[in-house]
Ligand binder design. Structure first.
Ligand code: SF4
Ligand code: SF4
Length: 281
């Protein structure tokens, strides 16, 4: 059965906020609201580095890491459990959605969500421009709304807008139950983590962070084919291939990567549809 999920490669993320902005455009998210946000790790505010500035000609320790976040489409979603009118529900393909006609605005789901993924329309929503780029009905005042993995696009075989519009290809969307999908390959092949795993919500957004895993393609225009060509080594003790022959990372080997079951790395399934596949991006 199809089970949609997302991988966000934080080593590729450049903090440009294109995902957040394209989400607003596509889903006509009201002014002052975001379904999709790019937080900064370490600094006090958005886009502020952690560490210290260089002083007296010395070395500083400034560092800026980005943490994109949105609804994690949890498998064990607390928001679904607490909704008293079943307005929040999980689709057969794993996407957590809200029926805005049923929502009574009690905000139990906001309180239950540990990821702060939901926003409430306190006022009459203001849209600028009035129409979004996607075919998504506007949400009224008095309901909670959130990321839908762009289910209207997914239903047409397209990737979410944030995935298509990420200039660094840091976002990879697909079917977690399909071993041949690029998301499954990333999760099988590289070290990933989920946010607040100890809460038991089983989020379906996976993150890759830290040093670029050996063999992971840094450039992404041939992402899927490169992933198939990647030469894998077990624990960083083997020689790193000087050239994978695919444009993948050939830098120093730090940290191990998961061994790969060759059977699980079959023909890649492109996660970005061809330009002539339709859509509005
Ligand atoms: S991230 Fe929050 S809103 Fe999204 S499914 Fe999980 S609990 Fe629900
Ligand atoms: S605010 Fe709406 S979606 Fe959230 S729990 Fe209440 S009725 Fe359900």
């Amino acid at each position: 059965m199809t089970n949609y999920g997302l991988v966000i490669d934080q080593e590729r993320c450049i903090g440009c906020h294109a995902c957040a902005i394209s989400c607003k455009q596509e889903n006509n998210v009201p002014m002052g609201q975001f379904w999709n946000r790019v937080l900064t790790e370490g600094g006090d505010k958005m886009d502020t580095p952690s560490g210290g500035y260089p002083t007296d000609g010395g070395n500083g320790s400034l560092d800026m890491q980005y943490q994109p976040t949105a609804c994690q489409h949890c498998e064990n979603a607390p928001c679904v459990k607490v909704c008293p009118v079943n307005a929040t529900y999980t689709r057969d393909d794993g996407i957590v959605e809200i029926d805005y006609e049923k929502c009574i605005g009690c905000r139990y789901c906001m309180a239950a969500c540990p990821y702060n993924a939901r926003v409430f329309n306190w006022d009459e929503p203001e849209h600028m421009p009035e129409e979004g780029t996607g075919d998504v009905p506007a949400r009224p005042q008095g309901v909670v709304e959130k990321c839908t993995f762009c289910s209207h696009r997914v239903d047409e075989g397209l990737d979410p807008a944030c995935v298509v519009n990420c200039p660094a290809d840091a976002r990879i969307f697909g079917d977690l139950d399909d071993e041949a999908s690029t998301v499954s390959k990333y999760i099988n092949q590289y070290e990933t983590h989920q946010l607040l795993e100890d809460r038991g919500t089983k989020p379906k957004t996976y993150y890759i962070s830290g040093e670029m895993s050996p063999g992971r393609p840094q450039t992404s225009d041939k992402l899927e084919s490169e992933l198939d060509d990647v030469q894998v080594w077990s624990d960083g003790t083997d020689d790193v291939p000087a050239d994978s022959g695919s444009g993948g990372s050939a830098g120093s080997s730090t940290g191990g990567i998961h061994s790969v079951d060759d059977d699980a790395v079959g023909d890649a399934v492109p996660h970005v549809p061809a330009v002539d596949a339709g859509g509005d991006d």
